[in-house]
Design a protein around this ligand. Structure first.
Ligand code: ZN
Ligand code: ZN
Length: 269
């Protein structure tokens, strides 16, 4: 089996984007992020970033959008004319809307924004999400010490991204990690992140031949899966976003076998 199905070009572009985001994060004033953590809301599964007041700097956001556009156009010159007009569509009100809708994964909003403005459908949400992440990552850094566990099915306790990646650390300890905001939280070795099922009979591990450090944990109860990466042998530990990118072949295998990134409890009538 081929280890990586996505093209090298795609991976390189993603790596460049992650590098940009790491840089952008440094230009955010940490004081612009003020968590107002509410334990009751968090234990009901409300992502902590939704309980955080973030003072977005509109000019920074616009500058980042420009930088993504330059990178995308350099990577694929055909995109240049498609991206050229985007920045002129963004006034303060639109930027705030983009941030809100990207945070809550509102792809319906972005699809209609694209349609109204004659853009390719993927462009608005991709740009908004890419420029939102440094804020989410800094938020996660600020509140990481408060984040101990997640509510099954609620996704990342910081940003709400569906849980999909765990790493095995020393002594095989399983740590869930979010490729979107890079938050980390503990989880039981045998436990479905989607439905909380911890019955070892209905949690299985799919392994891939010749790939001993990666596993797919699947749950027969909700048909959800997560990827489990054993990073103990790694000399340097890549970020969660890089691990997610480098293990995309596992997503293909899991989905081919009928498992889903977001589990669903089967209805029994
Ligand atoms: Zn997250
Ligand atoms: Zn499950």
């Amino acid at each position: 089996m081929k280890k990586t199905i996505v093209s090298k070009e795609y991976q390189n572009l993603q790596k460049d984007i992650i590098a940009l985001q790491e840089n952008w994060k440094k230009s955010i004033n940490p004081d612009s992020i003020n968590p107002e953590l509410d334990k009751a809301a968090m234990s009901a599964g409300v992502p902590a970033a939704a309980l955080t007041s973030i003072n977005f700097e509109i000019s920074l956001f616009l500058q980042w959008i420009e930088e993504i556009n330059v990178l995308l156009s350099k990577n694929n010159p055909e995109l240049e004319p498609k991206l050229a007009g985007v920045i002129t569509l963004l006034n303060e009100e639109t930027v705030i809307r983009w941030i809100d809708e990207a945070f809550s994964f509102n792809s319906v909003y972005f699809a209609s924004f694209a349609q109204e403005n004659g853009l390719d459908e993927w462009i608005p949400q991709f740009l908004a999400e890419t420029a939102l992440r440094p804020y989410l990552q800094l938020t996660a850094e600020k509140i990481q010490h408060e984040v101990t566990h997640a509510i099954p099915g609620a996704g990342c306790p910081v940003c709400g991204e569906p849980a999909r990646l765990a790493v095995l650390e020393d002594e095989g300890k399983k740590v869930m990690t979010c490729p979107r905001c890079l938050a980390r939280w503990h989880a039981k070795r045998i436990e479905c992140a989607h439905c909380g099922n911890d019955d070892h009979n209905s949690i299985q591990f799919i392994t891939i031949e010749g790939d001993s450090s990666n596993q797919i944990q699947v749950c027969e109860k909700c048909t959800g899966y997560i990827k489990v990466i054993d990073t103990r042998q790694y000399l340097s530990k890549p970020s969660a976003s890089m691990l997610d990118l480098n293990s995309i072949h596992l997503d293909f295998v899991a989905q081919e076998q009928g498992y889903q990134a977001v589990g669903e409890i089967k209805q029994t009538y």
